[in-house]
Design a protein around this ligand. Structure first.
Ligand code: PMP
Ligand code: GLN
Length: 384
Protein backbone atom coordinates (compact mmCIF):
# COMPACT_ATOMS: atom_id res chain seq x y z
CA UNK A 1 0.00 0.00 0.00
CA UNK A 2 1.33 3.49 -0.79
CA UNK A 3 1.34 6.00 2.06
CA UNK A 4 0.60 9.69 1.83
CA UNK A 5 3.99 11.41 1.92
CA UNK A 6 3.21 14.36 4.20
CA UNK A 7 1.54 14.97 7.57
CA UNK A 8 -2.20 15.55 7.26
CA UNK A 9 -3.54 18.68 8.89
CA UNK A 10 -6.92 17.17 9.78
CA UNK A 11 -10.04 19.31 9.43
CA UNK A 12 -11.55 17.26 12.28
CA UNK A 13 -8.62 16.37 14.53
CA UNK A 14 -10.83 15.34 17.50
CA UNK A 15 -13.11 13.05 15.48
CA UNK A 16 -12.71 9.29 15.20
CA UNK A 17 -15.15 6.70 13.88
CA UNK A 18 -18.77 7.34 14.93
CA UNK A 19 -19.97 5.60 18.05
CA UNK A 20 -22.73 3.93 16.01
CA UNK A 21 -20.21 2.16 13.80
CA UNK A 22 -17.96 1.33 16.73
CA UNK A 23 -20.74 -0.25 18.80
CA UNK A 24 -22.45 -2.10 15.93
CA UNK A 25 -19.09 -3.57 14.99
CA UNK A 26 -18.37 -4.62 18.56
CA UNK A 27 -21.83 -6.19 18.83
CA UNK A 28 -21.20 -8.19 15.65
CA UNK A 29 -17.74 -9.29 16.80
CA UNK A 30 -19.10 -10.63 20.08
CA UNK A 31 -22.44 -11.93 18.80
CA UNK A 32 -24.24 -9.51 21.14
CA UNK A 33 -27.83 -8.31 20.76
CA UNK A 34 -27.40 -4.97 19.06
CA UNK A 35 -29.48 -2.34 20.86
CA UNK A 36 -26.86 0.31 20.07
CA UNK A 37 -27.18 1.89 16.61
CA UNK A 38 -30.77 2.97 15.95
CA UNK A 39 -32.43 0.83 13.30
CA UNK A 40 -35.31 -1.68 13.24
CA UNK A 41 -34.54 -5.40 13.17
CA UNK A 42 -37.89 -6.09 11.48
CA UNK A 43 -38.92 -5.55 7.89
CA UNK A 44 -40.92 -2.75 6.33
CA UNK A 45 -44.14 -4.00 4.67
CA UNK A 46 -43.78 -6.01 1.47
CA UNK A 47 -46.16 -3.51 -0.15
CA UNK A 48 -43.42 -0.88 -0.01
CA UNK A 49 -40.90 -3.15 -1.72
CA UNK A 50 -43.49 -4.06 -4.37
CA UNK A 51 -43.92 -0.37 -5.14
CA UNK A 52 -40.15 0.05 -5.63
CA UNK A 53 -40.16 -2.92 -8.04
CA UNK A 54 -43.17 -1.47 -9.84
CA UNK A 55 -41.41 1.85 -10.43
CA UNK A 56 -38.15 0.20 -11.45
CA UNK A 57 -39.99 -1.98 -13.93
CA UNK A 58 -41.84 1.06 -15.22
CA UNK A 59 -38.49 2.67 -16.04
CA UNK A 60 -37.86 5.20 -13.26
CA UNK A 61 -34.18 4.31 -13.23
CA UNK A 62 -32.52 7.53 -14.37
CA UNK A 63 -31.83 10.72 -12.42
CA UNK A 64 -34.73 12.07 -10.42
CA UNK A 65 -35.33 15.82 -10.54
CA UNK A 66 -32.72 17.68 -8.45
CA UNK A 67 -35.31 18.81 -5.88
CA UNK A 68 -36.91 15.36 -5.64
CA UNK A 69 -39.57 13.41 -7.52
CA UNK A 70 -42.66 15.63 -7.84
CA UNK A 71 -45.16 13.06 -6.50
CA UNK A 72 -43.05 12.74 -3.36
CA UNK A 73 -42.79 16.48 -2.86
CA UNK A 74 -46.57 16.68 -3.30
CA UNK A 75 -47.16 13.93 -0.76
CA UNK A 76 -44.83 15.66 1.72
CA UNK A 77 -46.58 19.01 1.24
CA UNK A 78 -49.96 17.39 1.84
CA UNK A 79 -48.81 15.61 4.99
CA UNK A 80 -47.15 18.67 6.50
CA UNK A 81 -50.18 20.88 5.75
CA UNK A 82 -52.56 18.37 7.32
CA UNK A 83 -50.44 17.88 10.45
CA UNK A 84 -48.94 21.31 11.10
CA UNK A 85 -51.20 23.72 9.21
CA UNK A 86 -48.77 25.28 6.73
CA UNK A 87 -48.55 24.58 3.00
CA UNK A 88 -45.01 24.48 1.60
CA UNK A 89 -44.62 25.15 -2.10
CA UNK A 90 -43.62 21.96 -3.94
CA UNK A 91 -41.56 23.86 -6.51
CA UNK A 92 -39.56 26.08 -4.21
CA UNK A 93 -39.78 25.01 -0.60
CA UNK A 94 -39.32 21.22 -0.44
CA UNK A 95 -36.19 19.22 -1.31
CA UNK A 96 -35.69 15.46 -1.05
CA UNK A 97 -32.29 14.55 0.37
CA UNK A 98 -30.04 11.51 0.80
CA UNK A 99 -30.95 11.09 4.46
CA UNK A 100 -31.37 13.64 7.22
CA UNK A 101 -27.60 13.69 7.67
CA UNK A 102 -27.12 15.15 4.20
CA UNK A 103 -29.97 17.63 4.71
CA UNK A 104 -28.41 18.93 7.91
CA UNK A 105 -24.92 19.11 6.40
CA UNK A 106 -26.27 20.91 3.34
CA UNK A 107 -28.25 23.45 5.39
CA UNK A 108 -25.14 24.22 7.40
CA UNK A 109 -22.93 24.40 4.30
CA UNK A 110 -25.38 26.77 2.62
CA UNK A 111 -25.61 29.23 5.51
CA UNK A 112 -22.64 29.05 7.87
CA UNK A 113 -19.51 31.01 6.98
CA UNK A 114 -16.08 30.70 8.54
CA UNK A 115 -16.20 32.27 12.00
CA UNK A 116 -19.98 32.06 12.36
CA UNK A 117 -21.34 30.53 15.54
CA UNK A 118 -23.95 27.77 15.60
CA UNK A 119 -25.65 26.83 18.87
CA UNK A 120 -26.21 23.13 19.56
CA UNK A 121 -27.69 21.33 22.57
CA UNK A 122 -25.65 18.69 24.38
CA UNK A 123 -26.00 15.74 24.43
CA UNK A 124 -25.87 16.47 20.70
CA UNK A 125 -26.52 14.09 17.78
CA UNK A 126 -23.09 13.28 16.49
CA UNK A 127 -23.22 14.72 12.98
CA UNK A 128 -24.08 18.32 13.89
CA UNK A 129 -20.78 19.61 15.26
CA UNK A 130 -18.59 18.07 12.51
CA UNK A 131 -20.98 19.54 9.90
CA UNK A 132 -20.55 22.98 11.48
CA UNK A 133 -16.77 22.70 11.79
CA UNK A 134 -16.21 21.32 8.28
CA UNK A 135 -17.86 24.48 7.05
CA UNK A 136 -15.64 26.73 9.15
CA UNK A 137 -18.25 27.47 11.80
CA UNK A 138 -17.83 27.38 15.54
CA UNK A 139 -20.22 25.12 17.49
CA UNK A 140 -21.43 26.70 20.72
CA UNK A 141 -22.84 24.08 23.10
CA UNK A 142 -25.76 24.69 25.43
CA UNK A 143 -26.44 21.97 27.98
CA UNK A 144 -29.70 20.10 28.27
CA UNK A 145 -30.26 19.72 32.01
CA UNK A 146 -29.51 16.40 33.67
CA UNK A 147 -31.35 14.04 34.13
CA UNK A 148 -34.46 15.37 32.39
CA UNK A 149 -32.70 16.82 29.30
CA UNK A 150 -34.63 20.10 29.20
CA UNK A 151 -33.29 23.21 27.45
CA UNK A 152 -32.17 26.00 29.77
CA UNK A 153 -33.42 29.11 27.98
CA UNK A 154 -31.46 31.54 30.10
CA UNK A 155 -28.26 29.76 29.02
CA UNK A 156 -29.33 29.89 25.37
CA UNK A 157 -30.04 33.61 25.71
CA UNK A 158 -26.57 34.14 27.19
CA UNK A 159 -24.90 32.21 24.34
CA UNK A 160 -26.47 34.24 21.53
CA UNK A 161 -24.02 36.80 20.12
CA UNK A 162 -23.89 38.96 16.99
CA UNK A 163 -21.99 36.05 15.38
CA UNK A 164 -24.77 33.50 16.00
CA UNK A 165 -25.88 32.38 12.56
CA UNK A 166 -27.72 29.20 13.39
CA UNK A 167 -29.37 27.18 16.15
CA UNK A 168 -29.71 23.45 15.60
CA UNK A 169 -32.55 21.82 17.54
CA UNK A 170 -33.79 18.25 17.75
CA UNK A 171 -37.12 17.13 19.21
CA UNK A 172 -37.96 14.32 19.83
CA UNK A 173 -34.39 14.14 20.98
CA UNK A 174 -31.73 11.59 20.17
CA UNK A 175 -30.25 10.23 22.44
CA UNK A 176 -32.46 11.15 25.44
CA UNK A 177 -35.98 10.69 24.02
CA UNK A 178 -36.97 14.06 25.54
CA UNK A 179 -39.64 16.06 23.73
CA UNK A 180 -39.82 19.85 23.64
CA UNK A 181 -43.02 21.52 24.78
CA UNK A 182 -45.04 24.36 23.27
CA UNK A 183 -43.48 26.54 25.98
CA UNK A 184 -40.00 25.67 24.69
CA UNK A 185 -40.97 26.57 21.14
CA UNK A 186 -42.44 29.90 22.27
CA UNK A 187 -39.25 30.65 24.19
CA UNK A 188 -37.15 29.94 21.13
CA UNK A 189 -39.48 31.97 18.92
CA UNK A 190 -39.14 34.90 21.27
CA UNK A 191 -35.33 34.58 21.50
CA UNK A 192 -34.75 34.74 17.76
CA UNK A 193 -37.29 37.47 16.99
CA UNK A 194 -35.61 40.41 15.26
CA UNK A 195 -32.37 38.49 14.58
CA UNK A 196 -31.11 36.90 11.36
CA UNK A 197 -30.60 33.54 13.09
CA UNK A 198 -31.56 30.47 11.06
CA UNK A 199 -32.92 27.35 12.77
CA UNK A 200 -32.17 23.81 11.65
CA UNK A 201 -34.91 21.67 13.20
CA UNK A 202 -34.12 17.96 13.13
CA UNK A 203 -37.56 16.34 13.40
CA UNK A 204 -36.71 12.85 12.18
CA UNK A 205 -38.71 11.32 15.08
CA UNK A 206 -41.76 13.56 14.45
CA UNK A 207 -44.13 10.56 14.29
CA UNK A 208 -42.75 8.88 17.41
CA UNK A 209 -44.18 10.99 20.23
CA UNK A 210 -45.97 9.15 23.03
CA UNK A 211 -47.15 12.01 25.24
CA UNK A 212 -48.69 15.21 23.96
CA UNK A 213 -48.08 16.28 20.38
CA UNK A 214 -45.02 16.88 18.24
CA UNK A 215 -44.13 20.55 18.38
CA UNK A 216 -42.83 21.12 14.87
CA UNK A 217 -41.27 24.51 14.20
CA UNK A 218 -43.77 24.62 11.33
CA UNK A 219 -46.52 25.38 13.89
CA UNK A 220 -44.76 28.58 15.04
CA UNK A 221 -44.76 31.41 12.47
CA UNK A 222 -41.72 33.13 14.00
CA UNK A 223 -39.79 29.85 13.67
CA UNK A 224 -41.21 28.54 10.37
CA UNK A 225 -40.10 31.76 8.63
CA UNK A 226 -36.44 31.04 9.50
CA UNK A 227 -36.19 27.23 9.69
CA UNK A 228 -34.88 24.32 7.74
CA UNK A 229 -37.16 21.47 8.85
CA UNK A 230 -35.66 18.01 8.40
CA UNK A 231 -37.44 14.64 8.54
CA UNK A 232 -36.37 11.16 7.43
CA UNK A 233 -38.27 8.36 5.72
CA UNK A 234 -35.79 5.91 7.24
CA UNK A 235 -37.29 6.30 10.71
CA UNK A 236 -40.91 6.50 9.68
CA UNK A 237 -41.07 3.54 7.28
CA UNK A 238 -38.45 1.20 8.83
CA UNK A 239 -35.98 1.68 5.96
CA UNK A 240 -32.96 3.42 7.48
CA UNK A 241 -30.77 1.84 4.79
CA UNK A 242 -32.55 3.72 2.03
CA UNK A 243 -31.19 7.08 3.24
CA UNK A 244 -34.05 9.20 1.95
CA UNK A 245 -35.24 12.27 3.82
CA UNK A 246 -36.52 15.76 3.11
CA UNK A 247 -35.99 19.36 3.99
CA UNK A 248 -38.55 22.18 4.10
CA UNK A 249 -37.71 25.88 4.21
CA UNK A 250 -38.96 29.28 3.08
CA UNK A 251 -38.03 29.83 -0.57
CA UNK A 252 -35.17 32.26 0.12
CA UNK A 253 -33.48 29.74 2.39
CA UNK A 254 -34.31 26.80 0.13
CA UNK A 255 -32.75 28.56 -2.87
CA UNK A 256 -29.45 28.70 -0.97
CA UNK A 257 -29.88 25.11 0.21
CA UNK A 258 -30.32 23.88 -3.36
CA UNK A 259 -27.21 25.72 -4.54
CA UNK A 260 -25.27 23.40 -2.24
CA UNK A 261 -27.51 20.32 -2.56
CA UNK A 262 -27.05 20.10 -6.34
CA UNK A 263 -23.31 19.73 -5.89
CA UNK A 264 -23.37 17.46 -2.85
CA UNK A 265 -25.63 14.73 -4.28
CA UNK A 266 -27.56 16.41 -7.12
CA UNK A 267 -30.49 14.05 -6.56
CA UNK A 268 -31.70 11.01 -4.66
CA UNK A 269 -32.51 7.56 -5.99
CA UNK A 270 -35.60 7.67 -8.10
CA UNK A 271 -37.72 4.49 -7.80
CA UNK A 272 -37.68 4.59 -4.00
CA UNK A 273 -38.91 8.18 -4.00
CA UNK A 274 -41.85 7.24 -6.19
CA UNK A 275 -42.59 4.21 -4.03
CA UNK A 276 -42.58 6.31 -0.86
CA UNK A 277 -44.87 8.88 -2.48
CA UNK A 278 -47.50 6.21 -3.06
CA UNK A 279 -46.92 4.41 0.21
CA UNK A 280 -47.42 7.47 2.40
CA UNK A 281 -50.84 8.20 0.89
CA UNK A 282 -52.16 5.82 3.54
CA UNK A 283 -51.93 8.19 6.51
CA UNK A 284 -52.19 5.39 9.04
CA UNK A 285 -48.68 4.34 8.01
CA UNK A 286 -47.23 7.34 9.82
CA UNK A 287 -50.07 8.23 12.16
CA UNK A 288 -49.96 4.71 13.61
CA UNK A 289 -46.23 4.81 14.31
CA UNK A 290 -46.45 6.28 17.82
CA UNK A 291 -48.77 3.49 19.04
CA UNK A 292 -46.57 0.90 17.36
CA UNK A 293 -43.44 2.13 19.14
CA UNK A 294 -45.22 2.87 22.41
CA UNK A 295 -46.06 -0.82 22.69
CA UNK A 296 -42.38 -1.63 22.14
CA UNK A 297 -41.27 0.99 24.65
CA UNK A 298 -43.65 -0.37 27.29
CA UNK A 299 -42.59 -3.93 26.58
CA UNK A 300 -38.91 -3.04 26.88
CA UNK A 301 -39.42 -1.03 30.08
CA UNK A 302 -41.25 -4.03 31.54
CA UNK A 303 -38.22 -6.15 30.64
CA UNK A 304 -36.03 -3.77 32.66
CA UNK A 305 -38.17 -4.24 35.78
CA UNK A 306 -36.19 -6.30 38.25
CA UNK A 307 -32.90 -5.13 36.71
CA UNK A 308 -30.55 -2.62 38.32
CA UNK A 309 -30.87 -0.25 35.35
CA UNK A 310 -32.96 2.83 36.09
CA UNK A 311 -34.93 3.94 33.02
CA UNK A 312 -35.34 7.66 32.37
CA UNK A 313 -38.66 8.99 31.02
CA UNK A 314 -39.14 8.23 27.33
CA UNK A 315 -41.81 10.52 25.84
CA UNK A 316 -40.54 10.08 22.26
CA UNK A 317 -38.12 8.39 19.77
CA UNK A 318 -37.25 4.68 19.75
CA UNK A 319 -34.52 5.05 22.36
CA UNK A 320 -34.73 4.16 26.03
CA UNK A 321 -32.07 5.79 28.17
CA UNK A 322 -31.09 4.27 31.47
CA UNK A 323 -28.81 5.12 34.41
CA UNK A 324 -26.45 2.38 35.43
CA UNK A 325 -24.82 3.97 38.49
CA UNK A 326 -26.45 1.39 40.76
CA UNK A 327 -24.41 -1.27 38.92
CA UNK A 328 -21.01 0.26 38.32
CA UNK A 329 -18.95 3.42 38.55
CA UNK A 330 -17.06 2.60 35.35
CA UNK A 331 -16.97 5.31 32.65
CA UNK A 332 -19.88 4.78 30.25
CA UNK A 333 -17.66 3.68 27.34
CA UNK A 334 -15.98 1.03 29.44
CA UNK A 335 -19.36 -0.04 30.75
CA UNK A 336 -20.98 -0.51 27.30
CA UNK A 337 -17.93 -2.42 26.11
CA UNK A 338 -18.20 -4.78 29.06
CA UNK A 339 -21.98 -5.01 28.63
CA UNK A 340 -21.43 -6.05 25.00
CA UNK A 341 -18.60 -8.49 25.59
CA UNK A 342 -19.55 -10.05 28.92
CA UNK A 343 -23.35 -9.76 28.92
CA UNK A 344 -24.18 -9.84 25.21
CA UNK A 345 -26.12 -6.58 24.84
CA UNK A 346 -24.75 -3.54 23.00
CA UNK A 347 -25.76 0.06 23.88
CA UNK A 348 -24.63 3.62 23.18
CA UNK A 349 -22.81 5.67 25.86
CA UNK A 350 -24.10 9.24 26.29
CA UNK A 351 -20.58 10.65 26.68
CA UNK A 352 -20.19 10.25 22.89
CA UNK A 353 -22.60 13.16 22.53
CA UNK A 354 -20.58 15.65 24.60
CA UNK A 355 -17.51 17.43 23.25
CA UNK A 356 -15.85 17.30 26.67
CA UNK A 357 -16.84 13.66 27.22
CA UNK A 358 -19.20 14.47 30.13
CA UNK A 359 -20.25 11.20 31.67
CA UNK A 360 -23.43 11.00 33.77
CA UNK A 361 -23.44 7.20 33.61
CA UNK A 362 -26.33 7.07 31.18
CA UNK A 363 -26.56 4.75 28.18
CA UNK A 364 -29.09 4.37 25.38
CA UNK A 365 -30.88 1.26 24.18
CA UNK A 366 -32.74 1.15 20.85
CA UNK A 367 -36.09 -0.64 21.21
CA UNK A 368 -36.96 -0.69 17.48
CA UNK A 369 -36.75 -4.48 17.66
CA UNK A 370 -39.04 -7.48 17.62
CA UNK A 371 -40.46 -8.61 20.98
CA UNK A 372 -38.37 -11.73 20.89
CA UNK A 373 -35.16 -9.69 20.61
CA UNK A 374 -36.28 -7.34 23.38
CA UNK A 375 -37.23 -10.26 25.64
CA UNK A 376 -33.83 -11.94 25.13
CA UNK A 377 -32.08 -8.63 25.81
CA UNK A 378 -34.24 -8.13 28.92
CA UNK A 379 -33.22 -11.48 30.31
CA UNK A 380 -29.55 -10.61 29.88
CA UNK A 381 -29.96 -7.12 31.33
CA UNK A 382 -31.75 -8.43 34.43
CA UNK A 383 -28.72 -10.60 35.07
CA UNK A 384 -26.27 -7.65 35.08
N1 PMP B 1 -30.86 13.05 13.16
C1 PMP B 1 -31.15 12.24 14.18
C2 PMP B 1 -31.58 12.84 15.48
C3 PMP B 1 -31.05 10.87 14.01
O1 PMP B 1 -31.33 10.06 15.02
C4 PMP B 1 -30.64 10.35 12.77
C5 PMP B 1 -30.49 8.88 12.50
N2 PMP B 1 -30.73 8.04 13.48
C6 PMP B 1 -30.35 11.23 11.75
C7 PMP B 1 -30.46 12.59 11.97
C8 PMP B 1 -29.90 10.76 10.42
O2 PMP B 1 -30.93 10.30 9.64
P1 PMP B 1 -30.65 9.66 8.20
O3 PMP B 1 -30.35 8.24 8.43
O4 PMP B 1 -31.91 9.90 7.45
O5 PMP B 1 -29.48 10.39 7.63
N1 GLN C 1 -29.04 7.87 14.06
C1 GLN C 1 -28.83 6.48 14.37
C2 GLN C 1 -28.68 6.35 15.88
O1 GLN C 1 -28.83 7.27 16.58
C3 GLN C 1 -27.60 5.97 13.72
C4 GLN C 1 -27.27 6.55 12.39
C5 GLN C 1 -25.86 6.26 12.04
O2 GLN C 1 -25.36 5.18 12.31
N2 GLN C 1 -25.21 7.21 11.49
O3 GLN C 1 -28.41 5.30 16.36
Amino acid sequence: MPTFPAPIDSRLPWVGTTIFTVMSRLAAQHGAINLSQGFPDFSAPQALFDLVAKHMNAGANQYAPMAGALPLREAIAEKVAALYGLTFDVEQEITVTAGATQAIFTAVAALVRPGDEAIVFEPVYDSYVPSIELNGGCAVPCRLTFPDYRPDWSEVRARITPRTRMIVINSPHNPSGAVWTAQDMLQLEQLVRGTNIVIVSDEVYEHIVFEGRHESVVRYPGLAERSFVVSSFGKTYHVTGWKIAYCLAPRELMAEFRKAHQFVVFCVNHPMQLALAEFMKDKQRYLGLADFYQAKRDFFRKQLEGSRFVPLPCPGTYFQSVRYDAISDEPDRAFVERLTKAHGVAAIPFSAFYRDGRDDKVIRFCFAKGEETLARAGEKLRAV
